[in-house]
Design a protein around this ligand. Structure first.
Ligand code: DX5
Ligand code: ZN
Length: 217
């Protein structure tokens, strides 16, 4: 199982997006891009326009914190992983069409208070499950330890799934989330607020490996 630290980029302009990507691109394989519509969450970011022609040589996952993501996904063409909130999808049929149209793949995200039963029907068709460890909307929030029970249960149900935790990840919480069963961790402030982003990624990776190792002996 691949253990991965994934920088999360929450920005309002294309310029900032490119700047964030260039800061971390030598240290990671995947970039997590946060997209907000000021409806599903009380904040907004770049949108569909700024997601066109992303720098090559990296993988991208798009975290859609928008209402009715099925109306957005099809507008972003490319081999991207579209992580949509189960709380926000209205038509799963339209979503499946949009993902196909985009040339990308599907993942699901769930809010801290959303139970696993909600994602049960979709688990077979998704490539990743994003478990929010903060209420989505802003970076720099405090990690909610109660979500670990959900990560644990999910890992028990799906030993081989890609499970990523997102929100409030730092070297201490990275240890806990990975010990619970997350093999991927998205982090914004614990990377971008540091002067040495390479070192920050390295520290998180060490925690991830340690937590995962404790879990798996
Ligand atoms: C929260 C976003 C997260 C956020 C993470 O709404 O989905 O990806 O950018 O930020 P940190 O790591 O600072 O909690
Ligand atoms: Zn995110």
């Amino acid at each position: 199982m691949a253990l991965e630290i994934i920088p999360a980029v929450l920005v309002k302009t294309k310029e900032e997006l490119l700047e964030h990507i260039s800061r971390v691109r030598n240290y990671v394989k995947t970039i997590h891009i946060d997209i907000m519509d000021n409806k599903f969450v009380p904040n907004f970011t770049i949108g569909v326009k700024e997601l066109q022609e992303l720098p090559s040589g990296l993988k991208y996952e798009i975290h859609w914190m928008v209402q009715r993501p099925e109306e957005w996904v099809g507008k972003v063409k490319g081999p991207y992983l579209h992580m949509v909130h189960v709380e926000a999808v209205e038509s799963w049929d339209n979503l499946a069409k949009a993902v196909k149209e985009s040339g990308g793949r599907l993942g699901v995200a769930l809010n801290p208070e959303t139970s696993l039963e909600k994602i049960n029907p979709y688990l077979k068709n998704v490539e990743k499950i994003l478990v929010m460890s903060v209420h989505p909307g802003f970076y720099g929030q405090k990690y909610i330890p109660e979500v670990e029970a959900k990560i644990r249960e999910l890992r028990r149900m799906l030993p081989k799934a890609e499970i990523e935790a997102d929100g409030g990840i730092n070297p201490e919480t990275a240890l806990r989330a990975s010990e619970a069963g997350a093999n991927g961790l998205a982090a914004a402030s614990a990377i971008f607020a540091k002067p040495d982003v390479g070192k920050a990624v390295e520290e998180l990776k060490n925690s991830l490996k340690r937590g995962w190792g404790e879990r798996h002996g």
